[in-house]
Ligand binder design. Structure first.
Ligand SMILES: *Cc1c(COP(=O)(O)O)cnc(C)c1O
Length: 518
């Protein structure tokens, strides 16, 4: 092993390694006897004024539930220690391709925390939340403007949820036409959520192959069109980090054959301010506010996936809708004769979406302005090309010869040493202090490594990342055996990922006997 700290680092009394603190499971350190709060005890059964059963309406527990208890300082330390074993965008560059892990501007946070936005309740009378509705309305306006579309459904709560919204709108439009089209065409390079969405909505999914240059095979797609095809789902820029140049031609052909075009807009950050999907014939596209518009992502906050719609799909949009009437903002909760919801397919969520994300995204849009948003796309593309060109001499870049990439750089495992894989490179990168890039996706490239630096990284940050990835790639090409067991400096070294996926241990087994009885 090449562990720089030597053997002694692994054998401290505590298991801690300086600032890297070990932490046991809460079930191991907690005890059912401990609590951070002193209760006075529940009223006795004999308490004539208010017997315990009267409080709980017969739902009182018969046995302890076995939750481990900690004192307050123990609980705080437990979760703080665990959080330090995590990687976050606030710690460093987060190269996950297709995820757009970019800096979340603090101005967004400041706006979202204003009490008038942060403390609104979805059931508040509409008169008392006019400002919040105006934020939703304004954000909707800018999303429609930036995409060149007709309307937008704000309520979907993530990209995948937005896909479902778009596909349900397509389904409703087909039903209104009295047509029974069952097939959705999805390119091979699609994000897994695309075929999953189509299947979930009851469609049959058929693959469209990719060309040798990583784009949709337009001829194959056109050849498959027909009266049974409901539509296509295409990501643009696609998950190989390439612009689908034929999208307009594809849209025209799909429309001529009576179908609809769903565009997966997860990578809109690469074209915002430069290309309007509406001009390319798109009928529905989700926008991941947590990607393009910099709202927190993953553990940092809920997603939000508004869906922009063409004129043809607008009548089928989900409820509710914010509408401005006579200077007042209304929340339209029911189908009306209005153009937006005349034939709504229904409701996707109880309320109208993620208020905190709307506030952050609108702040981001307004603080960048038209020129700033265009620069976002340009810098995202420039940064990805910088990574691509800086590493293509050491890592195989399958489409590197096809010209510049868009927002992400794609590499393969083609020239690693015998027995070394993309996984080894990813694990080596952890020792260098980076979250690994996206690996083994897209599926059209063997051993794919997909790097999306985003526009928020400086040249210095990119140079350091490129240096780290270059060093790990060189070790993988030279066949450094230490790389096969990396990471060495992480809280845990290499795990058996196959076992973890096939036989995950999701339940704490050694619960105290009294508690295991359920
Ligand atoms: C992230 C992503 C999705 C799914 O979006 P979520 O917000 O994670 O549900 C779909 N397609 C592509 C290409 C993506 O990158």
């Amino acid at each position: 092993m090449t562990e720089k700290g030597g053997e002694s680092a692994a054998s401290t009394f505590t298991g801690n390694k300086a600032l890297m603190l070990e932490e046991a499971l809460i079930f191991e350190i907690g005890s059912t006897e401990t609590t951070g709060v002193d209760f006075t005890g529940t009223p006795a059964e004999s308490d004539a004024a208010m017997p315990a059963k009267a409080y709980l309406a017969g739902l009182e527990r018969e046995a302890p539930i076995g939750l481990p208890g900690l004192s307050e300082p123990e609980a705080v330390r437990h979760y703080t220690r665990l959080s330090r074993q995590n990687y976050a965008i606030d710690l460093g560059l987060f190269p996950l391709g297709s995820c757009t892990m970019k800096h979340n501007p603090r101005l967004n946070e400041k706006m979202a925390r204003l009490p008038g936005f942060a403390d609104v309740h979805p059931l508040q009378p509409v008169d008392t939340v006019q400002g919040a509705l105006e934020v939703i309305h304004q954000l909707a306006h800018w999303l429609v403007t930036l995409t060149g579309m007709h309307s937008v459904a704000m309520s979907p709560k993530a990209g995948a949820h937005g896909e479902l919204c778009g596909i349900l709108a397509i389904k409703a439009a087909l039903a209104a036409r009295g047509e029974d089209r069952r097939v959705i065409l999805v390119p091979e390079s699609a994000h897994g959520t695309n075929p999953a969405t189509a299947a979930f909505a009851g469609f049959a999914v058929e693959d469209i192959p990719a060309t040798a240059d990583g784009r949709v095979d337009t001829a194959a797609l056109k050849a498959r069109l027909g009266p049974d095809v409901a539509g296509v789902m295409i990501t643009n820029p696609n998950t190989c980090g390439l612009f689908e140049r034929d999208l307009k031609e594809i849209s025209d052909a799909v429309h001529a054959a009576g179908g609809y075009v769903y565009c997966d807009g997860a990578n809109f950050n690469a074209i915002v301010g430069r290309v309007r999907p509406g001009d390319l014939g798109v009928d529905a596209m989700h926008i991941n506010l947590h990607k393009t518009f910099s709202t927190p992502h993953g553990g940092g906050g809920p997603g939000s996936g508004p869906v922009v719609l063409s004129e043809a799909l607008t009548p089928y949009a989900p409820l509710p809708f914010v509408e401005q009437r006579d200077g007042r903002f209304e929340l339209v909760e029911e189908e009306t004769a209005g153009e937006h919801h005349a034939a709504s397919f229904g409701r996707m969520v109880a309320f109208h979406g993620q208020m905190g994300m709307f506030t952050r995204a609108l702040t981001y849009i307004l603080s960048h302005g038209a020129d700033g948003l265009r620069q976002v796309a340009e810098d995202a593309v420039l940064n990805a090309n910088y990574v691509l060109r800086s590493l293509e001499d050491v890592l195989d870049a399958p489409f590197g010869g096809a010209g510049p990439c868009m927002h992400e750089a794609l590499f393969s495992d083609a020239n690693l040493a015998e027995g070394f894989s993309t996984l080894d490179v990813a694990k080596g990168l952890i020792d260098e202090g980076y979250h690994p890039m996206t690996v083994y996706f897209p599926l059209v490239v063997h051993g794919a490594m997909l790097v999306e630096p985003t526009e928020t990284e400086s040249k210095a940050a990119l140079d350091q990342f490129v240096g780290a990835l270059r060093s790990v790639a060189e070790r993988a090409k030279a066949g450094d055996p230490a790389l096969k067991t990396a990471p060495h400096f992480a809280p845990r070294s290499r795990l058996d990922e196959t076992q973890a996926a096939r036989k995950p241990v999701l339940v704490w087994k050694d619960a105290e006997p009294a508690l295991a009885a359920e």
